[in-house]
Design a protein around this ligand. Structure first.
Ligand code: PEP
Ligand code: MN
Length: 362
């Protein structure tokens, strides 16, 4: 039997009428980085199919070479998030809680740490309801420089105290590459916020860290851009990445963002990474949080990030979208029962395969 052909990782379309000498030079350059190159002759132009290390090929800026008309990247199999890489990864341990092993993870807490007593009060309440992890921002990325920026380093001992007193693992945002080490000392998981998804020096630093990372999707980012941000962390050596969709900009003026629940199945098909949903930032208003949270669980989310505040009307940030502890108490059992009802019996469809007239699959 013939060995099964390996699909190309990239197609390089050459300029039409390109001289054979130039074509040969391009081929040699590609082969010098280890690519296996096959020529496909078209009626107007020729193409090279490339197989090999896609990461090395992507460093070459092939699309700007003279004689190259277009480059198409096809293969994702070389990425560290490719589904078959799951076998290299352990379940993600966050404090005493394990993420991504079939149980729904619920992260809850205030947008920001405001003061110790309040943080402890909220943590005790959400812990009693069954939250798995506590969230609370020390460093807050605010649209206005005059808005509350978080307590900064002063919030870190408070987060430590929350963990000591409640046993809940801690997730908090890190804004600056220079803070990664310091924040890692108190956090069980580091959050990269939506505004920082493209902060490549931060992502590279997190690649060196040994703390799990929750990577939020940029609010104007495509799924491809989000996955490449994850690739920065994974390729640096930190395999503990959880993706979190939190709402993206859309054209409709009445809403700041729309929660992209369709991202869950796409990311699950294309990667092995757990996917969380943040219905709080994804809605902006507390009354909309429960329905989006329920829908997210039904759509297959591995976890949720929910803002809870004991007095939302007094919160220093994101009070409008925070649930009260009583609302959270009502919601959690609903979410857990949706997860249980779905069990393992989720129907998934693969891409449609159509028989062409030649009998080949396409
Ligand atoms: C947050 O979680 O409080 C936050 C700032 O989130 P995002 O980065 O999604 O806006
Ligand atoms: Mn917030």
């Amino acid at each position: 039997m013939e060995p099964k052909a390996v699909n190309p990782e990239m197609i390089v379309a050459l300029a039409s009428g390109l001289a054979a000498t130039r074509r040969r030079r391009i081929r040699e350059k590609l082969e010098s980085v280890g690519a296996t190159v096959s020529l496909v002759e078209g009626s107007e132009r020729h193409y090279f199919e490339l197989r090999g290390e896609i990461a090395a090929l992507q460093t070459l800026s092939i699309d700007s070479w003279p004689g190259v008309a277009k480059v198409m990247v096809l293969g994702e199999s070389a990425m560290h998030w490719a589904p078959d890489k799951a076998k290299d990864c352990a379940p993600i341990q966050v404090g005493t809680h394990t993420v991504g092993v079939g149980e729904l993870t619920i992260i809850a807490g205030p947008c920001a740490i405001e003061e110790q007593e309040r943080a402890l009060r909220i943590a005790e309440r959400v812990g009693a309801t069954g939250a798995d992890l506590f969230r609370g921002g020390a460093y807050k990325p605010r649209t206005s420089p005059y808005a509350f920026q978080g307590l900064g380093a002063d919030a870190l001992p408070i987060l430590e105290q929350v963990r000591r007193q409640t046993g809940l693992g801690i997730i908090t945002e890190v804004l600056d590459a220079r803070d990664v080490e310091r924040v890692s000392q108190v956090a069980d998981m580091l959050q990269v916020g939506s505004r920082n998804m493209h902060n490549y020096s931060l992502l590279k630093e997190l690649g060196q860290a040994s703390t799990p990372v929750l990577l939020k999707r940029g609010f104007a980012s495509t799924i491809d851009e989000w996955l490449m941000a994850a690739e920065y962390i994974l390729s640096g050596g930190n395999s503990m990445v959880v993706l979190c969709e939190r709402g993206i900009r859309c054209g409709a003026a009445s809403r700041k963002v729309v929660l992209d629940l369709g991202a869950i199945s796409e990311v699950k098909q294309r990667t092995h990474l757990p996917v969380f949903i943040d219905p709080s930032h994804g809605s902006g208003e507390a009354y909309r949080v429960p329905s989006l949270a329920r829908a997210a669980v039904a759509a297959g989310a591995d976890g949720l990030l929910i803002e809870v505040h004991d007095q939302p009307w007094e919160a220093l940030s994101d009070g409008r979208q925070a649930l009260t502890p009583e609302q959270f108490d009502q919601l959690v059992p609903e979410l857990r029962s949706i997860r249980t009802a779905l069990g393992e019996k989720k129907t998934e469809y693969s891409e449609h395969v159509v028989e062409s007239s030649s009998g080949e699959e396409r």
